[in-house]
Design a protein around this ligand. Structure first.
Ligand code: C2E
Ligand code: MG
Ligand code: MG
Ligand code: MG
Length: 278
């Protein structure tokens, strides 16, 4: 009877595998088409000084506007793009869009705050990545400090050989660099010493339980570490005023989260920039 059951399980399983791989293939094909058709847009989530609440930067977050299907979250296609290698072309499109946006804002307002772009470690497998990025900034006449790279610690670990020399090159040239989602990886402290970063971003999972005492103690110690390394420390995912106050008191230097602002479309972000520079 067991044999019979195994057999029927098998029959049941195989067609489903085909459906799944066909779905994956279709997703890859439509992702490829979407890159060619430039169906992606960036939203910009503001970051504010923790003490004055003045605008101090934006984080660019990619969205896929699928014709007829609406807006797709990066969590649903960035991992797929990484699996298929399409992240290189997509990442390039994202950098081109963010830098062009910076140029437009600079033309309009005469001043800028830095824009951070999330970079997949796979993008560093292309050894020309850093040089191309610097050439792009120079071509547009943008100060190197107007661009920031966000990289997650877990992601960096597996690709250190490729990531490190290029990050060092970018940092020497003035590009800012954040360790994203700090506190969720496995060897945060080793990475802090090895990567030439200017900012650490405390993951929402560290900020969410504030002002609970245990969580507060961890954030406070982490901020002290950041300060002694002369790093900016951003609290991510701040959703209420209590968390904002706690994060500031515990030593975070910047705040980001729905409580301060949702990610904004390019027009709204530009208006916020203009107002805050005035
Ligand atoms: P991340 O870099 O840690 O970005 C923060 C995510 O948290 C964003 O989600 C943002 O919309 C969301 N968020 C911001 N404030 C709050 C808050 O107060 N509460 C909550 N619950 N969430 C908040 P999003 O845009 O869906 O992006 C998810 C992740 O996808 C990002 O995490 C990043 O790892 C990745 N990603 C986004 N854009 C890009 C990109 O251009 N390239 C690459 N390689 N990855 C990207
Ligand atoms: Mg990020
Ligand atoms: Mg983050
Ligand atoms: Mg995060």
């Amino acid at each position: 009877r067991a044999k019979q059951r195994a057999g029927s399980a098998c029959e049941f399983f195989e067609p489903r595998m085909n459906v799944r791989s066909r779905a994956r293939l279709e997703a890859e094909q439509s992702l490829g088409r979407a890159i060619v058709e430039r169906e992606f847009l960036l939203e910009y989530q503001p970051k504010f000084r923790a003490d004055s609440r003045k605008l101090c930067g934006f984080e660019a977050l990619v969205r896929w506007e699928r014709p007829g299907l609406g807006r797709v979250s990066p969590a649903d296609f960035v991992p797929a793009a990484e699996r298929t290698g399409q992240i290189s072309a997509l990442g390039q499109l994202i950098i081109d869009t963010a830098t062009q946006q910076l140029r437009d804002w600079l033309d309009r307002w005469g001043l800028l705050v830095p824009v951070a772009v999330n970079v997949s470690p796979l993008q560093f497998d292309d050894i020309g990545f850093a040089d191309r990025l610097l050439a792009r900034l120079d071509e547009l006449g943008l100060p190197h400090q107007s661009l920031e790279i966000e990289i997650t610690e877990t992601a960096a670990i597996g690709h250190l050989g490729r990531v490190l020399p290029q990050l060092q090159r970018l940092r020497k040239a003035g590009v800012l660099c954040s360790m994203d989602d700090f506190g969720t990886g496995q060897s945060s402290l080793t990475m802090l010493r090895q990567l030439p970063i200017s900012t650490m971003k405390l993951d929402r999972s560290m900020i969410d339980p504030l002002p609970e005492p245990q969580a507060s103690a961890i954030v406070k110690a982490t901020c002290a570490l950041g300060r002694s390394l002369s790093l900016e420390v951003v609290a991510e995912g701040v959703e209420n005023e209590q968390q904002a106050q706690a994060a500031r008191e515990l030593g975070c230097t910047q705040l980001q989260g729905y409580h301060l602002s949702r990610p904004l479309g390019a027009v709204a972000a530009g208006e916020l920039l203009g107002r805050s520079l005035a």
